[in-house]
Design a protein. Structure first.
Length: 465
């Protein structure tokens, strides 16, 4: 049975291997290491939780891998790169629209009856006139809400589109296992902008000891919300760039938290009294690939880490062959004598100048050697022996590298076609591979993302339709 101590020791060994291969002198300039050490010290002094794998090291590993980037790009393009659309809860142009409005009114009145707020004598089943009046009201409200929603997502980000924000988020999520959005609000407390935050700069703080009363919106009917209060233990976040620390609070946290110290205050006046140049922390929305042993997410390819590192070492071995391991095409062997010192540069010059082109195709190289007075009558023997058999004709470890690439692709569950390899595919197999990836990989990831947007952002904005 594997003990927790053994698992922890294995994790430490994996971290050591990872950093030795990626953060070594061949990848990162030694002058940049102290800044990294200062960043780690800043996270430690802020009380941040240590992630299972160093996010910046994972980013460097993807930059130097021959197999990871194409898988990450395939996820970002196919899951988040095709745009978005808004699906109406009730299509008011459909034939069954009025019946859905009637069902919504019934659900609202049933909820009011359970809460004992339904007026005395009011039936839970609406009449035809009530349904018609409510239908006209909801239809107009839905048009206004749709226009408001289009305007928000058209300008949701400062310098890029919402689709580009999603692609960046997906890349961070697949590379480090985590992704973050900073959520900015206007003076009225409404959502104003979404800001991409690089995941390698953010760490999680432990859950706060005391629970906080949080107000959330829960659906009562397809077109109405009710306010629900609950108590939850919230989490704060810290971002370190260079040595500057900025604190954030979780999305939906109602508390006033200092953005420079992370301390909790009763209100903004108390915050300004303690530190006039300080301001309240903004909210952070955390996306993660779930890990059962850590509040951080873990990238799905981390199990193939040794394959990724092995392919990198294979690439370096093949690259260094041209500088350090080159074998000449032939060798000139002289036995029973020696050639003169003047003959060596003459042979080199003849090979360089007189063996090129069709006019020199049948030219002959004549070699002479002086006998050394040996037992065979002083006759020298000259031999040109080819060394092509000792030369490396192609890159080494090609099968090993191909298997590693397949292992990484299987971790993402992507067919070869989507990783940029078009060989051995015809139309039928290509369509089957794309259909598999769409049904088993891309659409489930979209559904999970859409649920989070609907449940958090759109509910916070009061979007009903």
């Amino acid at each position: 049975m594997t003990t927790p101590d053994a698992i922890h020791a294995a994790d430490e060994r994996l971290q050591t291997i990872l950093k030795a291969h990626v953060v070594g002198a061949t990848v990162q300039d030694p002058a940049s290491r102290p800044a990294g050490e200062d960043t780690a010290a800043a996270f430690t002094s802020a009380g941040a939780l240590i992630p299972p794998y160093d996010p910046e090291t994972l980013c460097l590993l993807v930059e130097h891998s021959n197999s990871l980037r194409q898988n990450v790009d395939a996820y970002a393009t196919n899951i988040d790169g095709n745009g978005y659309r808004f699906d109406a809860v009730i299509d008011f142009d459909a034939e069954d629209a009025r019946s859905k409005v009637a069902d919504a009114i019934t659900l609202e009145r049933l909820a009011a009856r359970e809460a004992r707020t339904l007026p005395e004598g009011m039936s839970t089943t609406p009449g035809a006139e009530e349904v018609s009046a409510r239908f006209t009201e909801l239809r107009q409200a839905a048009r206004v809400e749709r226009a408001r929603l289009d305007a928000f997502f058209d300008f949701a980000c400062f310098d890029h589109s919402f689709v580009d924000l999603r692609r960046r988020t997906r890349q961070d999520l697949e590379v480090t296992g985590n992704a973050f959005w900073e959520v900015l609000r206007d003076g009225k407390g409404d959502l104003a902008r979404l800001v991409y935050v690089p995941s390698y700069t953010v760490r999680l703080l432990p859950l706060d000891r005391d629970a906080v009363e949080v107000t959330e919106r829960a659906r009562v009917s397809p077109v109405s919300f009710d306010t629900v209060r609950s108590r939850r233990r919230m989490r704060r976040y810290v971002q370190v760039q260079s040595t500057e620390c900025v604190y954030f609070k979780s999305f939906g946290d109602p508390r006033v938290i200092s953005r420079s110290t992370g301390r909790v205050f009763d209100d903004i006046a108390a915050l300004k009294a303690a530190k006039p140049d300080d301001g309240p922390a903004t909210e952070l929305l955390h996306f993660a690939i779930h890990s059962p042993r850590s509040p951080y997410g873990v990238p799905r390819w981390v199990g193939t880490l040794l394959s990724v590192l092995g392919s990198r070492q294979m690439e370096e071995v093949n690259f260094l062959y041209f500088e350090n391991k080159s074998v000449p095409p032939m060798a000139l062997l002289v036995s029973g004598g020696r050639i003169s010192e003047a003959s060596v540069p003459r042979i080199e010059r003849f090979i360089e100048e007189n063996l090129k082109g069709k006019a020199n195709f049948h030219k002959i190289l004549i070699l002479e050697a002086d006998g050394a007075g040996t037992g065979d009558g002083g006759r020298a023997k000259i031999e040109l022996r080819p060394l092509t058999d000792a030369q490396q004709q192609d890159a080494l470890f090609q099968v090993y590298d191909e298997r590693n690439i397949d292992k990484v692709g299987s971790a993402f569950r992507l067919p070869r076609l989507l990783r940029g390899e078009s060989k051995d595919f015809n139309r039928a197999t290509a369509e089957s591979a794309l259909r598999f990836a769409e049904d088993q990989v891309f659409q489930p990831e979209r559904d999970e993302f859409d649920f989070l947007i609907n449940r958090k952002l759109l509910a916070d904005m009061g979007i009903r339709f």
